[in-house]
Design a protein around this ligand. Structure first.
Ligand code: HPA
Length: 278
């Protein structure tokens, strides 16, 4: 059974350990997903903390995720960046998956920017395109808020009428236009994974109203909204999931596609952070 008292203590201990090692007090947190960890290179790091040096922090088991926390400035604005995230398919429970988001909350982060790799189901989307999340569907059989509610963090029944901040979406669209970056806007559906979907599943998820599908992000967004953070998330379309013309796809291809889109995403995120921080 989930022990909220111990969990909260662990979050606070981790936050203290981080605070003790840094001079900055960023209000912005970034989560860098599959193949996108290089966005971190644009961060002028004051401190780099491997996850294993943060007490209670889970460790990444996925090769494409290095597993360290960067504290520094992006476009001159103080920010934390998680280079490597945790997924349900690794075997972590939902509270563990969102542990870093809880630590961000304890550190005073009020704005969370997330990137992820996702399969494109909207037939207008192409591999390498970017999509701003306007909404999501939680189709993972898990929720990080299950168990006793920690009232100091947020409500028992948090509102989800607008999980993705409208003002941040507006800024993202404005910056995309300025930078000449094509940015779709659509719905992300989360699955547990780790297998990709069958044709029948893609057909179903598309019929539900989702534009892309992925294995992350939704638990983190739920925890962040629980703590009343503003959230913005962008997907990189790494493969085309059209059920009537589906080709096999490998993790290598997904990572390569994410890597190719990375310069665009880096430019977009830097422009957004610079605007928020101004
Ligand atoms: N399905 C689920 N997750 C994914 C996909 C996909 O097709 N592509 C990248 N992440």
């Amino acid at each position: 059974m989930f022990d909220a008292v111990v969990y909260r203590q662990n979050v606070e201990t981790a936050a203290e350990a981080i605070r003790a090692r840094i001079g900055l007090a960023p209000r912005i947190g970034l989560i860098l997903g599959t193949g996108l960890a290089e966005l971190a290179e644009k961060i002028e790091a004051e401190t780099v903390i491997p996850y294993e040096e943060i007490p209670g922090f889970p460790l990444s088991t996925v090769e494409s995720h290095p597993g360290r926390l960067l504290v520094g400035t992006l476009a001159g604005v103080p920010a934390y960046a998680l280079q490597g995230r945790f997924h349900l398919y690794e075997g972590y429970d939902a509270p563990t998956v969102v542990f870093p988001v809880r630590v961000f909350g304890a550190l005073g982060v009020d704005t969370l920017l997330i990137s992820n790799a996702a399969g494109g189901m909207n037939p207008l989307y192409r591999k390498g395109d970017l999509m701003l999340l306007s909404d999501h569907i939680n189709f993972q059989n898990a929720n990080p808020l299950v168990g006793p509610n920690i009232d100091d963090w947020g409500d028992r029944f948090p509102d989800m009428s607008a999980p993705y901040d409208e003002e941040l979406q507006r800024i993202a669209e404005e910056k995309a236009l300025e930078e000449g970056i094509k940015l779709h806007r659509g719905v992300y559906v989360s699955v547990t994974g780790p297998n990709l979907e069958t044709r029948a599943e893609y057909r179903m998820l598309r019929a539900w109203g989702a534009d892309v599908v992925g294995m992350s992000t939704v638990p983190e967004v739920i925890a962040a909204r629980h703590m009343n953070m503003r959230v913005l998330a962008v997907s990189v379309v790494t493969d085309e999931c059209f059920p009537d013309a589906l080709a096999p796809v490998s993790l290598e291809e997904i990572i390569a596609a994410a890597g190719k889109a990375e310069p665009l995403l880096t430019r977009l995120m830097s422009a957004i952070v610079s605007t928020i921080g101004a």
